[in-house]
Ligand binder design. Structure first.
Ligand code: AQP
Length: 358
């Protein structure tokens, strides 16, 4: 990995353009160490990050500060951050082409979040659908569950990211990050790149196998039959897909009809795994005898793709010191970009930043 050079000292005039010269598109995205990864995370986010490497400058962040917006057992959180790192590497994130790091290793994220919360109207946060959904499931709603999208905005804006590749569920949060960037730029002068959400046309919302009207999610991923997990063995994958909820018909087709959501989801997974068009996907099932054949074919392609990831993951988990070493390098590279940006934000807002930090 080539460490990023810190930006030159931040301009003191609020009107001067501070965006440092850099060639190419910069990408930022994150994933929470809040449970075992599932096929939705893989197809909606991770695989796209892997494919984008090299063509863009990528920052991929294990967002542990986000994970604690709902209670995480401390020992488990520590373990999960390492497991997630290993799974990202096993899936093809290449530390020579991607800056892979843990959010809490770069203090600028938490500090920038506070600063940005001072320009973010409360009403914007209260409107977030993920807050509404998640808060309903909590006995006691913590402040951070509401302010989470401000931290997410800080994550992205600290790196002047042009693009944020995410699943459909994150679209509203990225739009909020855009609004925060524009509001800050308007109030204090051009400071941030306004990022674009990058949402795939196919696979942006992989649905739960046990309820194809709900998205597959980490917080429900241990429920039997909810998801295919990236560390599942072949038999688990086959079992989960065989049990997938479909409908009482026999028609194998892509469809928006909620009744056909299960079949649509299975076809989408097959299409993404094989890289085929919709037409070619349907042609593969032209002579299928029913949903059993569809489920078996989906299981076969998923098993083929997941098996080497699982094997590589297990090897990586045998060497925690190497994982920590790679994360230390990633954090250093991230700090080289985030820290000067934080100084710039603070100077724009009128803080007397000590000369040693400038
Ligand atoms: N079902 C999905 N389909 C496509 N993309 C998805 N992503 C998540 N679920 C799907 C994308 O994965 C990236 C990481 O998201 P995350 O860490 O927030 O994962 P999660 O599974 O959504 O986690 P949680 O904590 O279990 O959240 P809830 O309970 O809200 O679902 C993101 O790019 C996300 O879009």
């Amino acid at each position: 990995m080539t460490p990023n050079a810190p930006s030159s000292s931040a301009p003191s005039s609020p009107d001067a353009s501070p965006i440092k010269d850099r060639s190419g598109v910069r990408v930022f995205s994150g994933i929470q160490p809040s449970g075992r990864l599932h096929l939705g995370n893989y197809l909606g986010a991770i695989r796209r990050w892997v494919h984008g490497q090299g063509a863009t400058e990528s920052f991929i962040c294990v967002v542990d500060l986000h994970a604690i917006t709902v209670y995480q057992d401390p020992e488990q959180l520590k373990r999960q951050s390492r497991e997630l790192t290993a799974m990202l590497l096993a899936s093809g994130i290449d530390p020579d082409r991607t800056h892979l790091f843990v959010q809490s290793h770069v203090r600028a994220h938490a500090e920038a979040s506070w600063l940005l919360s001072c320009v973010t109207p409360l009403g914007w946060l209260e409107r977030m659908t993920q807050y509404k959904d998640k808060s309903q499931k909590q006995k006691s709603i913590k402040t951070a569950l509401l302010t989470y999208p401000v931290l997410q905005a800080a994550d992205i804006l600290l790196y002047d990211a042009d693009e944020v590749p995410v699943g459909e569920d994150q679209k509203q949060h990225i739009e909020l990050a855009r609004d925060v960037a524009q509001t800050f730029n308007h109030t204090y002068g051009e400071t941030f790149v306004v990022p674009q959400p990058k949402i795939a046309k196919v696979g942006a919302r992989i649905m739960a196998l046990d309820d194809p009207t709900a998205k597959m999610s980490k917080s429900s991923s241990t429920a039997k039959g909810h998801a295919v997990l990236l560390d599942d063995d072949d038999a688990d994958i086959l079992r989960a897909l065989k049990r997938a909820v479909t409908d009482s018909g026999r028609d194998i087709c892509f469809s928006d009809d909620p009744e056909k959501a299960g079949v649509n989801n299975l076809l989408t997974i097959y299409q993404l795994m094989t890289g085929k068009s919709q037409e070619a996907t349907l042609a593969d099932f032209a002579s299928a005898r029913g949903y059993g054949d569809l489920k078996k074919a989906v299981a076969e392609v998923v098993i083929e793709e997941i098996r080497p990831i699982r094997e590589r993951y297990r090897q990586l988990m045998d060497d925690p010191a190497e994982l920590d070493r790679l994360l230390a390098i990633g954090a250093e590279q991230a700090r080289a970009v985030a820290e000067p940006k934080l100084v710039e934000i603070k100077e724009k807002m009128g803080f007397a930043v000590p000369a040693a930090l400038r």
